[in-house]
Structures are given as C-alpha cells and as structure tokens.
Ligand binder design. Structure first.
Ligand code: NAI
Length: 321
C-alpha cells in the first residue's frame, strides 16, 4: 500500500498536451518517471489556425524545471506519424498513447456547414486514427501498448448544437472497441474516456463555481490506472470521469422479440411483440453482436406469426397475443 504507479523507462505521447486535460496528463506521467512527448499545435479552441509553439514549449519547460524528461512536438494530430516519430527519435520507443487533442465547432444542425463537420472529424477521428496507426507497429513488435481515446458525454448521449462533435466522439468509441479486439493478442489495451473538466472548452458553458470542482487533475488517476503495466485486462471499456467520479459504462441489450422469419413476419406481427423488443427487465451486456445463428435456429421452430387484430397506432401499441 502507498506505492506509486510509475512509468520509468516508458515513453508516453500525449496529444493536445499544451493545455487542459492533456497538460495534466503530461505533467503526471513526467512526474512518475516517463519520457513524455508533449504534442500541441497551439491553435484556438475552434481549430482556427496553428497558434505556434508556445503551448507545448511551456509544458515541456515546466516538466524539465521539475526534473522530468519531455520533448515538444507541434504537429497537427492529422500528421500522427510525425508525432510518433518524435517519440522514437528522442526516446527510442513508445509505450502509451493518449489521444486527447480536440476542438469544438458548435453550431445548430440547421446551420451546420461542411467545413464545421469536416474539421471536427479530422481532428478527433482522423487524428486519433493517424496517431494510433503510427504507434501500432511499435506496440505490436514490443508486445506492449496502452491507448486512451477521448470521447465525450456529447457523443454518448447527444448534445444540442454539437452534432458534428457527437458523431466524432461516438466514432471514437467504436474505434476503441475495435482496436481493443485487434490489439488483445499483442498486449495492446485500448480504452475510451468521456471526461468532464474545467478547460477552455467548458469555460463558456459552465459557471465558475462548478468549474472549480472539475479540475483536469481529477481525470488523471483513471488514465494512469488504465495505461499502467499493472492493467493486464481492462480493455475496450468506456468510462465517465470527472470531479472525483469514475464510472464504467456499457451497452445493454433488451430481451428482444423473436419472430418466425417467414412471410408472416410483417410489421404488425412485430408490433405485437414490441414490448419484448424494449424489455430491459433481464438485460444482457454484450460486447459483440447477438448470437444470430442460434436465434435464427430458434426462430425457425416458432409457429407462424399471428395476424394483427386490434393494433392501436394512435397511442401505445395494444398487444394482441
Ligand atoms: P483544451 O482546449 O484545454 O485542450 C485541447 C488541446 O488540444 C489544446 O491545447 C489545443 O491546442 C490542442 N489541439 C487542438 N487541435 C489540435 C490538433 N489538430 N493537433 C494537435 N493539438 C491540437 O481542451 P480539453 O478540455 O482539455 O479537452 C481535451 C479533450 O477532452 C478533447 O478531446 C475534448 O473534446 C475532450 N473532452 C473534454 C471535456 C471537458 O469537460 N473539458 C468534455 C468531454 C470531452
């Protein structure tokens, strides 16, 4: 008890580490012995241009002043191979990748422009893909890798004015789930977090007294645990984290309806079983598609589906069994 989780000898790449959550991760890993690549292109919160090198440089200086090891990288995450090369050139390896860089382009759906859509996909989804893609061969070769991707409550639940961001963020959940499956046999573990923390991205949407309780530092412990070598099994998981709260999320599958799949399988036959479709009283928590071959076989043993009688389309469906 009381022992520190440490990362001595490991190299950690943190994208968007010039501010907010990324900066908190970078300082943490450096303070626990890791070599850190501090990536940040130093742009504005909405991705308007590259603001220069000072954001990443300041964090590197802070790490070095505290006796840590870090180098800056100023590439856009869309050029992920340059970021990973910075790790290889300076430290000879990469062990942990934190895909964290992000921007916002909030606009109501009816006013969304293609440019607002594209840049959000580019930074969040394409950027995470490019960095992970460049790190992957190194992870595979050394049979070790830990990846964190950054989703958002906006992606999991939807959020007014953020359809581009929501789509990108839930995209990262699917991306993580697949990388977890492909990485497993090489000891590459990938998880995705939906953080909440005070930063320039939340400064305009939350009152100061709430922001005070949402320090980026309080997202760090979860990321530290998931990316440590002592984690040998947690992968493909989704976590909500912020303000001292950490919780795992998962998919839930309802009991479901099973109908004989023949020409009696009509929309009204389905409506008669609609309650089963959404019956969550005995849920499953799947990590893959339903056993559809088994279900298919069971469905063939059912009698023909009954014809609909009193279906009430105006209110709730009146069940006819
Ligand atoms: P932040 O704006 O403080 O930090 C993001 C950093 O990423 C900035 O320093 C920015 O220069 C950098 N960056 C942006 N685009 C980049 C690019 N193309 N290449 C390299 N660097 C780039 O924001 P915050 O809040 O720390 O966000 C970090 C991540 O967490 C983002 O992915 C964000 O979407 C996500 N997130 C944050 C939440 C929060 O409550 N703060 C909520 C949900 C998700």
């Amino acid at each position: 008890a009381g022992e520190q989780l440490r990362y001595d000898g490991q190299t950690v790449v943190v994208t968007g580490a010039g501010a907010g959550l990324g900066k908190a991760y970078a300082l943490f890993y450096a303070s626990r012995g890791a070599n850190v690549v501090v990536n940040d292109l130093g742009g504005t919160f909405n991705g308007q241009g590259a603001g220069g090198n000072s954001a990443a440089d300041k964090v590197v200086q802070e790490i070095k002043a505290a006796g840590g090891k870090a180098v800056a990288n100023y590439d856009d995450v869309a050029n992920g191979e340059n970021i990973i090369n910075t790790a290889i050139k300076n430290f000879g390896r990469i062990d942990v990748l934190i895909n964290n860089a992000g921007i916002l382009r909030d606009v109501s759906f009816k006013n969304m422009k293609d440019a607002d859509w594209d840049i959000i996909m580019k930074v969040h989804v394409f950027g995470a893909y490019k960095c992970a893609r460049a790190a992957w061969p190194h992870f595979k070769k050394q049979k070790y890798g830990r990846v964190i991707n950054t989703a958002s409550a906006a992606g999991l639940f939807g959020s007014f004015g953020q359809c581009n961001y929501s789509a990108a963020k839930l995209g990262l959940v699917g991306f993580t789930e697949t990388l977890a499956k492909e990485g497993l046999k090489y000891n590459i573990l990938c998880n995705v977090i939906a953080p909440i923390a005070a930063s320039r991205l939340t400064a305009t949407v939350m009152p100061p007294e709430v922001l005070e309780k949402l320090k980026p530092e309080w997202v760090v412990p979860l990321v530290g645990v998931l990316t440590h070598s002592s984690n040998d099994s947690e992968t493909g998981s989704i976590f909500e984290v912020g303000g001292g709260h950490v919780a795992k999320l998962r998919w839930e599958r309802a009991k479901g309806a099973l109908l004989r799949a023949d020409d009696t399988f009509t929309p009204s036959a389905l409506l008669q079983k609609w309650n089963n479709v959404s019956d969550f009283s005995e849920p499953e928590h799947p990590s893959g598609v339903a056993d559809f071959l088994g279900l298919l076989e069971a469905a063939q043993k059912l009698p023909a589906n009954p014809k609909a009688e009193n279906i009430d389309y105006n209110g709730k469906v009146a069940l006819v069994t």
